[in-house]
Design a protein around this ligand. Sequence first.
Ligand SMILES: Nc1ncnc2c1ncn2[C@@H]1O[C@H](COP(=O)(O)OP(=O)(O)OP(=O)(O)O)[C@@H](O)[C@H]1O
Length: 711
Amino acid sequence: MDFSNFIRGALPTLVANSSHDADSATESGLPDGLFDTLSPLLGFQFNPLMKLFMVLYNLTGNRLGIDPTYILTVVGLFWAANKVWLQLYMGFFALARRYFMADVEVSNSDDIYFHMMKWLASQPKMVDSRSLTAETASKGAWEEEDESELMTGRVLADGSDVFLNFSTQEAKAPPRFTPALGVHSFWFRGRYFKLNRKQEALFDPSAGGNGMPQFKDKETLVFSCFGRSPEPIKQLLQHAKEQYYLDHQAKTIVRRPAAQGMRRYGHRHSWQQVANRPVRPMQTVVLDDEQKIRILSDMNEYLHPATPRWYANRGIPLRRGYLFHGPPGTGKTSLSFALAGVFGLDIYVISLLDPTLTEEDLLGLFTSLPRRCVVLLEDIDTAGLKRAEDDDSSSSSSSSSSDDDKKNKEQHQEDDNKDKKTPKKARHHKGGRDWKVSDLARELKRAGGNGDSGEKKTISLSGLLNAIDGVASHEGRVLIMTTNKPEALDEALIRPGRVDLQVSFTNATQRQARELFVRMYEPENTNTSTPPSTFSLSDHLSSPLPPLTPFSEPPPTPFSISSSKDGNMTDVSDTTRVEPDDYNDNLTHNNSNETTPLQLSKTTTTPSTTKKSPPTPLNLTTTTTTTTHHHQPTSPDPTPDTTLHPAELMHIAAQFAAKIPPGQFSPAELQGFLLKRKKTPRRALEEVEVWVAGMVAQKAGRTRVLSLAVQ
Ligand SMILES: Nc1ncnc2c1ncn2[C@@H]1O[C@H](COP(=O)(O)OP(=O)(O)OP(=O)(O)O)[C@@H](O)[C@H]1O
């Protein structure tokens, strides 16, 4: 059809008036009768937009001398051509997609979705796309930060340090950009890919509870490429996955049960990642090497790819359980994390005290574990697990909140200590079990707590046993249970098959104290290379330390800070005098150029040059309780010991260890003491005696409030 003829025919009055008779224009500059002609023709009432159109039409015709119908004809033709092209393109693309393209769909309910989104967000071409979705990128506690940006705080009076300031951190963190919903294209390894990000709302019959229908969004990524084989897309997905996990090497992912609402979707939704922390090196857990070897070998054998067949042939369920028991702060959790790090496994932490956790949830959580992982059930004794016959009410809660539980736990220990002193008649027997007054009080408190907060189901012992090794239970996992009170556990829970190896943790021996000291002050290991996929046992054991002398005896000097015959001190910079076996290998391979807390150099000072930190007054907590020791006041680590030879470190460590009464302090307590002096080992040695005396007295007085002059 001739478009210009159509316009001419439709608008005879307009054309005649506007092109030849400018005088007949109305006040608005438009020809008479024009509006009347157009309004019914175009099917709508005249409006300002139409008016504008007419002005332009008039102007073009009159002033420029161009017939507006030609312009309209050209525009119309372009519009039609575009429509035809689009139709052709769509038809051609649909055909090509059907016969010459391959595609792969990825649903957001799968981990690959997250691998791809992370990879897409890191592609510069994608980030330059015109259609993006912005997300707040949150940084984990362990991610590297630009230190220079933080140094905006105030310099201290002596100019020695600055207060860090984080107020602008969040503002400076750039958002993460991912492709928005719709079609995108990108190149990967010389190939052209198309991505269609789609979203649809699905009816979710299992959701709700308020009678309202619930919908959930389901997102899909469709990757397409030319060719009849999806191989390039598979390679792309594999590449994105590898990139994703590159970031996770040398890291341990910690997962906890997801929120109650999410758990019902099962599988991937049952667990949520709560941390991605650097692997805890096994050497940093100070424990008897024999124990380490036993558990490492046992776990290594269990995780071996040939093991499942061995178990299957003998009809043994493929499960392994460990019980770590010992006083608080002795390294049970630390060892669990170190083991996960050694074997490159993720950790799944379950708290049985979680009031929202039901037995069905627990079963669901165990069944949605990956093939190999570590499941950590912490403080299993505090979970209030009961046998069915002991259960007065199946719905009694263990506690109303985790805070309460912690208090209960502490109370429990305190009560137990008191009970030891209580005459026998104050205890009561029930069904052959020793009942204490404190138990009764605790149960009453729990029952009272429930009354206020409504009915909450706890996990019963049978519920837990069913989850960890019931018929439907998951196989392949490593279960680690930790407890401070192994004797409080039901024997069914720790019978062989459920617990295959028990590891006992004790308060620090002198050897452990020395190792803790050395670990604290050895140079930082800046080696961040990716861990090997296999290891030898020696990689994870502590490096040999020289033998220790018994407590209170002065330790022998393990290296040559010796007096010469004329009474002068010999300089330990003479490296030939230091026995290589006398100190940890790690101490010698400081390959870092960075400033570490201690600069271990070959030219060093002798102990006679030990600096004494200037005493500064400390605000002491005054309590009604007994033991306040006014010895040397302590200050927050003011003068770093900048030079310390490895051999000297060993010497100081041995002296330090000799002042620690064995079995009295947990490694956590010793670590706490050392942390406050993390740059001043000599000062730690000077102050340890006062600290030990204060702590011993404090423990004897059974007060929890620290009132020591030296903390
Ligand atoms: N044997 C150890 N070797 C090295 N560090 C230790 C050791 N024991 C405790 N620590 C340190 O003490 C702190 C607490 O340790 P951890 O949480 O492993 O103790 P725990 O036995 O699990 O305590 P709890 O029974 O209270 O849960 C950690 O910072 C850890 O580094």
